[in-house]
Design a protein around this ligand. Structure first.
Ligand code: BTN
Length: 278
């Protein structure tokens, strides 16, 4: 088999190994080291322990399944085979308050990939849920270590429901989530999706480091299913109904409460309420 055939085979194959990903990935930073494990508790946990041991920025940890996949707010992320589960280690020399923007830019990047390569009407429900036809296909969990002023390291964990059968999920999950295979009608090549995502993420991340975040903010607004809608907001202190009015240039969600007060949200769970809900 000549070199071209081998490259084509690696591109088309959906077997994720560090050698196969390294052979076809063309990024400089993200993916400079790739660790692939068949099963693990959580890729975020392994990426964090590697970070503590001094691993370089750009490390990507990928698993075929996770026994204790973690979601936001202490939730479980069901991670059976067929999904794509990976964590990226970054070490941006930035103040802590810049971290939320990296989660947002990751969300925008994945929405762009799903729109461009699979022609899916993907949207980004602020801050980090990716939905297709109203159901979640991807979640992002960012964990970080920082001192008072700056970020030490940041781990972005991404879970994409690719080729799982939603009928095999518990009812409460299949009511609100779906897989790419279920919406497209055929399986997706997870390795290709991974490489497309990492490649585009590197571009978006480097632009962000250069201070160019405006395009991402505009795309976050464009792809938001929340703006202009009545939403229920759950923060660590409070639950209330409001209207989502904007995503600020700093990446925060701005909502207007029923008394007309504008509230800037940095972290919250936001769900769309039926318009007739009072
Ligand atoms: C959410 O929507 O609540 C976030 C889900 C994040 C899941 C991913 S899967 C890869 C990485 N490892 C984890 O344990 N969680 C993230």
């Amino acid at each position: 088999m000549d070199h071209i055939d081998m490259k084509q085979l690696l591109l088309n194959n959906d077997i994720i190994t560090s050698e196969a990903v390294t052979a076809t990935l063309t990024t400089e930073l993200i993916g400079c080291q790739i660790i692939v494990v068949s099963s693990i508790d959580s890729t975020n946990e392994l990426a964090k322990s590697k970070a503590k041991a001094g691993a370089e920025a750009g490390l990507v940890v990928i698993a075929n399944e996770q026994s204790q996949g973690k979601g936001r707010r202490g939730r479980i992320w069901h991670s059976q085979p067929g999904g794509l589960y990976f964590s990226i280690l970054l070490r941006p020399r930035l103040p802590l308050n810049e971290a939320a923007k990296i989660t947002l830019l990751t969300g925008v990047t994945i929405v762009e990939a799903l729109r461009k390569f699979y022609r899916l009407p993907a949207v980004l429900k602020w801050p980090n849920d990716i939905l297709v036809e109203g159901k979640k296909v991807c979640g992002i969990l960012t964990e970080l270590s920082a001192n008072i002023e700056t970020i030490n390291y940041l781990v972005i964990g991404v879970g994409i429901n690719c080729n799982q059968d939603p009928h095999s999920w518990p009812d409460d999950i299949s009511e609100t989530a779906t897989s790419l295979q279920a919406v497209i009608g055929s399986s997706v090549n997870r390795k290709q999706l991974l490489e497309r995502t990492l490649t585009h993420l590197e571009y978006r991340y480097q632009e962000f480091i250069r201070g160019n975040m405006q395009e991402v903010i505009e795309l976050a607004r464009l792809y938001s299913p929340l703006l202009g809608r009545t939403v229920q907001v759950i923060t660590s202190q409070d639950t209330f109904t409001a209207k989502a009015v904007d995503i600020s240039d700093t990446g925060a969600l701005i909502v207007e409460t029923q008394t007309g007060k504008q509230v800037t949200l940095w972290a919250a769970d936001v769900s769309i309420r039926h318009p007739n809900f009072k």
